[in-house]
Design a protein around this ligand. Structure first.
Ligand SMILES: *Cc1c(COP(=O)(O)O)cnc(C)c1O
Length: 301
């Protein structure tokens, strides 16, 4: 029963999923929240990007694979998120793997919500810091753990919108605890970026949170519809990641043509209040229909 099997899609990501071995299904299983993964304008931007950049970056970022398109994307993302600096990664998994090991090591402590995404768990293990997991959203337990950790550097790590249950971390309170106990706060906004906050700027922007101890990670493969991810932070942290983050340094840069596609996608996201409104309507429709059939829904927007 636990053997995993893949379903093969016969076409692009869409509201209908067609595979060779089943009837067409209505898909509730993608993260393409705004319907951008197969947007004609983005396909065009990708073709234009390929004409300009070819297909591959050809090298890692520090060895010649870092293109003007990556630079421009990083500046767009910094402006959009309101952070001083950004660093683009090939995937969200790699972006998460990059941060804790670059900033912490043996003798340090990572405090992680029990329901955090697997990549954050792997990142904590890779860092060799002590991993302390607190019960889901339990700030009192987290504070007790923070109070006990008297030596070493500290980092609190949390999904913003939890990827399986869809509930939202108390980011304001987490940042207060980070400040009170002199800890970093790493926020994974994979499912909030592009959707929550003014113009889809994300979960932190929704609450107006900003701090030098705040590190934001978000993916470009969900609401943004393309691929890749980024870390936004202070310029010092971003510069440190360029020097130290092995999942940034030792991998081929993502294709520059995709960095162009993502810039175009970000414009669509930023001006996408109609898309966000239509998502909200779909959510409401599903919610009320499921209620009628006596499903129990988790507390998620
Ligand atoms: C999807 C996801 C990731 C990984 O992002 P990718 O770009 O798909 O590698 C990280 N964190 C959370 C919470 C996610 O949902």
């Amino acid at each position: 029963a636990n053997h995993r099997q893949r379903k093969t899609a016969l076409g692009p990501c869409d509201t209908v999923f067609r595979s060779p071995d089943a009837d067409a299904l209505i898909s509730f299983a993608s993260n393409d929240y705004l319907g951008l993964a197969n947007h004609p304008g983005l396909t065009e931007a990708t073709k234009a990007g390929a004409d300009k950049w070819g297909v591959g970056a050809g090298a890692s970022h520090l060895v010649g694979g870092h293109a003007l398109a990556h630079d421009q994307l990083e500046r767009c993302l910094a402006t959009y998120t309101g952070f001083p600096a950004c660093l683009v990664f090939s995937t969200g998994y790699l972006a998460n793997l990059a941060v804790p090991p670059a900033l912490l090591g043996r003798g340090d402590v990572i405090f992680a919500d029990k329901l955090n995404h697997a990549s954050l768990v792997d990142a904590a293990l890779l860092s060799r810091a002590t991993l302390v997991r607190y019960p889901h959203l339990d700030l009192a337990a987290l504070e007790r753990q923070l109070r006990h950790a008297t030596t070493g550097r500290k980092m609190i790590v949390s999904d913003a919108v939890f990827s399986m249950d869809g509930d939202i971390a108390p980011l304001h309170a987490l940042l207060e605890l980070a400040e009170r106990y002199d800890a970093w706060l790493l926020v994974d906004d994979a499912h909030g970026f592009g959707l929550l906050g003014p113009d889809g700027r994300g979960s932190l922007a929704e609450l107006g949170l900003m701090s030098p101890r705040l590190i934001l990670m978000a993916t470009l493969g969900k609401a943004v519809g393309v691929a890749g991810a980024f870390v936004a932070a202070s310029s010092t942290v971003v510069e440190w990641l360029i020097q130290k983050a092995r999942p940034y340094i030792f991998t081929t840069a993502s294709p520059p043509l995709l960095a162009e596609t993502v810039q175009r996608a970000l414009e669509l996201v930023q001006t996408g209040s109609d898309r966000r409104a239509s998502l909200t309507r779909n959510i409401e429709r599903l919610r009320s229909a499921l209620h009628l059939q006596k499903f129990v829904l988790l507390p998620s927007r």
